[in-house]
Design a protein around this ligand. Structure first.
Ligand code: KG4
Ligand code: ZN
Length: 335
């Protein structure tokens, strides 16, 4: 069966076609980054309006790229939450209207389930069970994943998400939006050993995280430097490198602790911060030492996209977890 999927929870309009047998057929993405950059962050009203502008042309594009028509589609999936209400409404309205007009099931997908299963779009594909490290702009969670729909939370952030820590520190350093990739780029020119930053909750004895103290520590260092007129490009690069290293160190240590606690040997990393090169490298080295494997989604599918939504729905269909006769399929995962 072919699933048409829509993602519109924040500042990316994503549309994709996934076949339950053949996998990803085509996907198209429009990112609003340039539009929001002038405001230093996502403006919800502008995001919704842009989703309205993009969603139909992108749908035409994925159908044409896969040489298919709407008549070939067997189910329609959309991100039901969490996300910006107006932005989510665009994808949900388009998906449900299409489903209704074509007499197809409309399948609501939890945004995080989309991220969580997206590494299974890559080759090699991780088998179940695995530990998932979900690191996005809004969430930082460690989950035990036994199968599609069987998720248990092992730990999560008590305050800021890892992506948020990247974004907020980047803002302090005067870098553009989105901050994560900008901070990672600046970090390449810095020395992480010059400035020492805390590793919050590293030894907390559980799998929870806390990142809000990190931006305060960076702010203190910056203020000290400003008072002495010592702010320079080198200081900014060293602070970026130290911040990235502190975040990555905590993520790596807690991921290993999660593998130890569950006795599992597979770690899957998903969400926007999964695109971070330092995180990828450190995890690869640390897990190799422990004879464990780490899996990432294809790089272009780390951040929000429609492929992960269509794919999550396809996997639910294959396992009989969706009632295909239901055009208003319920939202069965906690928002
Ligand atoms: O998953 P995502 O696209 O959206 C949410 O669901 O939040 O994640 C976006 C987050 C942002 O905080 C962004 O700064 C971060 O992922 N991010 C990165 C990198 N690329 C994206 N953080 C660090 N390094 C990167 N290369
Ligand atoms: Zn996301």
């Amino acid at each position: 069966m072919i699933v048409l999927g829509f993602e519109s929870s924040c500042d990316e309009t994503g549309v994709a076609l996934v076949c339950t047998e053949k996998g990803l057929l085509s996907h198209a993405l429009h990112t609003q980054v340039a539009m929001h950059a002038a405001y230093g962050g996502v403006v919800p009203e502008l995001a919704s309006r842009d989703h309205v502008r993009r969603v139909i042309p992108l749908t035409r594009q994925v159908l044409s790229d896969a040489n298919l028509s709407l008549q070939d589609v067997g189910a329609i999936a959309y991100t039901a939450g969490p996300g910006l209400a107006g932005a989510l409404l665009v994808g949900a309205s388009v998906a449900q209207s299409l489903a209704w007009s074509l007499s197809l099931p409309a399948i609501a997908i939890h945004h995080l389930e989309g991220h969580l299963l997206s590494p299974r779009l890559a080759d090699p594909r991780p088998d179940f069970p695995f530990v998932a490290l979900l690191v996005s702009g809004g969430h930082t969670q460690l989950m035990r994943v036994d199968d599609v729909g069987q998720y248990s939370l092992l730990g999560e952030t008590m305050d800021d998400a890892a992506g948020e820590a990247f974004d907020k520190t980047a803002k302090l350093l005067g870098l553009g939006y989105p901050g994560g990739p900008a901070l990672a780029k600046l970090a390449e020119q810095g020395d992480p050993t010059i400035i020492s930053l805390p590793r919050p909750m590293l030894h907390s004895g559980n799998l929870d995280f806390s990142f809000s103290g990190l931006k305060t520590a960076v702010l203190t260092r910056l203020k000290d430097a400003q008072a002495l007129s010592h702010v320079s490009e080198t200081l900014s690069a060293d602070l970026a490198a130290a911040t990235q290293e502190a975040i990555v160190d905590v993520l790596v240590a807690k991921s290993i602790a999660a593998l130890d606690q569950t006795g599992l040997k597979r770690l899957v990393v998903a969400g926007g911060v999964g695109a971070n090169r330092a995180l990828r490298q450190k995890l690869a080295v640390a897990l190799k030492k422990r004879k464990a494997e780490v899996f990432f989604p294809p790089l272009e599918l780390c951040t929000d996209n429609g492929a992960m939504i269509a794919f999550a729905a396809a996997q639910r269909i294959v396992r009989g977890l969706v009632d295909l006769s239901d055009q208003q399929h319920g939202f069965d995962v906690k928002p």
